[in-house]
Design a protein around this ligand. Sequence first.
Ligand code: KIV
Length: 258
Amino acid sequence: MAVTTAQLSKWKQQKRPITVLTAWDYAIAQLLDEAGLDVILVGDSLAMTALGHETTLPLSLEAMLHHAAAVKRAVKRALVVCDLPFLTYQESEQQAIHTAGRVLKETGVQAVKLEGGNSAIAQTVATLTRIGIPVMGHIGLTPQSVHRLGYRQQGKTSQEAERIYQEALNLSEAGAFALILEHIPTEVASKITAAVSIPTIGIGAGKNCDGQVLVTADLLGLTPKQPPFAKAYLNLREMITEAAENYIEDVKQQQFPQ
Ligand code: KIV
């Protein structure tokens, strides 16, 4: 049965961990869906992992629509969530409605994700939710703010931890259906997970979250430099290089085609 936002909430209550990975194209998304993943996130990290940018900031809405539509065409069971790129939702609520509306209408994904948890973002989440667009929040390390925060762990001081905790409450009250908690101490993530009724999905936030997410390029060992909290389940860089070298050798030696 297809996964819904309501199902995620039931899984939190049942303490059944929620599994999330990112995808950026049809082939990867199809394999992840067939493997039984719960949620597939078309994360704006694709700007770095698939498009070669240094940060997520340059990603355009048009590029995101192109990738999200390809992912959605592949997925039958998982809930597909699409990131709203930098500066496609922060200017005004009108801009956020317009962008999120285009994402749902033009790609078929079921939900959007946006970064931050201050009162302006919470207001945007409330507005989108009210018009029927499910929103996933994302707090802690928010890569769209890399030039202000860097990629360092957030919530290490009690003041920062309190701010992140407050943001989680803001987003939950605004109607977000789930929350990504990125690169924050385990204790902060645990406190948030216990306080909110919506599922928390951790990345570098310890094992007490309701679910976990990884960037699939990290999972597959495709990224040359992994974040400290990632785990590579495969070394695809090495495997692809070896396959390409073998092919080059075979063609040069006239071993392929036989
Ligand atoms: O863009 C992305 O891949 C993300 C994950 C880090 C959660 O937002």
